[in-house]
Design a protein around this ligand. Structure first.
Ligand code: SF4
Ligand code: SF4
Ligand SMILES: [Zn+2]
Length: 575
């Protein structure tokens, strides 16, 4: 399937390789692109700046996955990001030289709507399939056992899903949850407010992160494409926390689309059950887009528009005259955090153009960071987007080089860890995933903590010796099946104890809601009656155990650290 251009109707047609326009019956439509989106007044004006004439009356579409525009069916190359960067201030002036963009947008919306008349058969098919899916899913997970929920981001996809779910279920009162990362662009907040005002019967549940993003950047460095620590803390965590407060199980409808990214393409068609550090995946086809126990805890998620194209989403929005986030009128193809390292260069430049205060703030932060880590040319580091590719804490004064771990004399299955934070009572909390604390068995006068094994008998127990104020932790494993692996878990938890700044990520990944983390006042607590010992919080962030430690890790230095004894060597000496 792809988008073709009907020269008779002067509009796109979503079709297979033998396209027929349902508007005029023509079979002469020519191939345009794999997917397209409409182009509104300000983005048209940018094209006019580059000499494409007045586009107020033209039919303009943009390819979703390439840098082409289609003006009245003719292909036009988008300006390169280099051109845009160079011309940014001239474009700003050019945009300001005329007004009336919002009025023109309303006319364009009406014209797009009319031009999509030839796609109403497509729309009817999409709606029939999606509404059947929603009704069947709701039937499979019925109220009151399940609380129905729409995950609402303020983007176009969740706008469609919200409308579809309410129409399919014939209800105006479906609960909506908005995961407020605190970094949404101003248009998203405005749209959320407008949406609430327009739909007073929808109960709205904002899930907002308590942490301050910029102070975490100071501690961990900016998020990058490989280290998106922000998603866990600012998106998944708050929503997960909100879901834990519901007394029912939850059926959440998401606006995820497979075509949006490679990762998302795999996401909803696979059930990922994370159990300890083991993935068990299975084909999702029998569930038709329903994922049980997905990314966020014990919920069921359903993605009604999983197979929709971007064109389909716009076909729905425009045909039903749904209000939508104004950032799409500015030329953004996606909305979300305005400083996301995954954002395209195009989005970054649009942010500079339309939200200059945000862009200036973030650029200043990135320049500070570049200087802190000793980049010879901070401006180049920021402008070339090198920061989006950074990995680990190289150059940072608080980088993490791993813990010193060594075997403990001749004692079997015993290791000694040196931690850079004096032992205190808080250590207990980080040990709980590894076993249930039994206060009767540990000799507290020796700083001993006894943990009863609970992980399917993988170890019978752990004896931890940690004297308050010391910087050494000694751990003896009782009857471990796999000591090497267990040492890895212990090291993870010791790293957490050393590095924890209470970023809240651990709480975000616990499927039982057993972990409470708060930065102010500083709290990290695990309810051992809720903890099942699933080890998700232990293994979720890889070998350093802690998201912050991971972001600050410098593996090269860790490997050459004088005192570090490699776990493999230790395993040999212990076996
Ligand atoms: S241990 Fe690390 S990942 Fe967990 S809350 Fe603390 S800082 Fe965050
Ligand atoms: S605290 Fe939560 S994530 Fe960690 S082991 Fe216990 S149940 Fe699993
Ligand atoms: Zn036609």
């Amino acid at each position: 399937m792809a988008v073709y251009w009907c020269t008779q109707c002067k509009s796109p047609v979503w079709a297979s390789d033998r396209p027929v326009c349902f508007g005029c019956g023509s079979s002469e439509a020519k191939y345009l692109a794999t997917d397209v989106r409409p182009v509104f007044a300000r983005e048209r004006r940018i094209l006019e700046f580059y000499g494409h004439g007045s586009l107020d009356d033209a039919a303009v579409w943009r390819a979703s996955k390439s840098t082409h525009y289609y003006i009245n069916g003719q292909t036009v190359a988008a300006p390169s990001s280099e051109q845009l960067r160079r011309d940014l201030s001239a474009i700003t002036e050019y945009l300001l030289a005329v007004g009336g963009y919002d009025v023109l947008d309303e006319q364009l919306i009406e014209r797009y709507r009319k031009s999509l008349k030839n796609s109403q058969t497509r729309l009817a098919e999409l709606e029939y399939e999606a509404t059947s899916f929603i009704r069947e899913t709701a039937g499979e997970f019925p109220e009151p056992q399940y609380q129905y929920l729409v995950s609402f981001s303020g983007g176009k996809d969740s706008t469609v899903v919200s409308d579809l779910v309410r129409r399919s279920l014939g209800r105006a009162d479906i609960l909506h949850i908005f995961g407020d990362t605190t970094l949404e662009d101003p248009n998203t907040y405005a749209y959320i407010h407008q949406f609430q005002a327009d739909n007073p019967l929808i109960p709205f549940f904002p899930a907002r992160a308590e942490s301050d993003f910029f102070s975490l950047v100071d501690k961990m460095g900016p998020p990058s494409r490989t280290m998106r620590w922000c998603c866990t803390i600012f998106k998944i965590g708050p929503i997960n926390e909100a879901l834990q407060t519901f007394s029912h199980r939850v059926l959440t409808f998401y606006g995820i689309r497979a075509g949006e990214s490679h990762h998302r393409g795999r996401y909803a068609r696979i059930t990922t059950r994370r159990r300890r550090d083991l993935y068990v995946s299975r084909a999702e086809d029998d569930l038709h887009g329903v994922t049980t126990r997905a990314k966020m805890g014990q919920q069921v998620t359903a993605s009604p528009i999983l197979d929709w194209s971007e064109f389909d989403v716009w076909l729905y929005i425009l045909s039903h005259n749904l209000p939508f986030n104004k950032s799409y009128r500015l030329g953004f193809s996606r909305v979300g955090c305005w400083l996301c390292p995954m954002n395209s260069r195009w989005s970054e430049l649009l942010t500079q153009l339309f939200f200059p205060e945000n862009a200036t703030l973030w650029r200043g932060k990135l320049l500070d960071f570049a200087r802190r880590i000793g980049k010879p040319d901070p401006e180049e580091y920021v402008d070339s987007q090198a920061w989006t590719r950074r990995f680990g804490g190289a150059g940072l004064e608080n980088r993490f080089t791993g813990l010193e771990v060594k075997p403990c004399g001749e004692m079997d299955h015993t290791i000694q860890l040196s931690v850079g934070r004096s032992v205190n009572k808080g250590l207990l909390e980080y040990l709980k995933p590894l076993g249930r604390i039994n206060g009767d068995l540990g000799r507290s006068e020796l700083g001993e903590i006894y943990l009863e094994g609970r992980c399917n008998g993988d170890w019978a127990g752990l004896i931890v010796q940690a004297i308050e104020g010391a910087d050494i932790i000694r751990v003896t494993a009782l009857a471990p099946k796999d000591f090497h692996r267990l040492m890895g878990y212990i090291r993870c938890q010791a790293s957490k104890f050393e590095q924890c700044i209470r970023c809240t990520a651990c709480a975000a990944v616990c499927p039982q809601g057993a972990i409470t983390v708060c930065s102010d006042p500083p709290i990290y607590e695990i309810d051992q009656d809720r903890c099942t010992g699933c080890l998700e919080c232990v293994t979720h962030f890889g070998s350093p155990g802690c998201l912050v430690a991971k972001s600050l890790s410098v593996y090269g230095e860790a490997a050459t650290h004088d005192h570090l004894v490699r776990l493999n060597d230790m395993e040999e000496s212990q076996s």
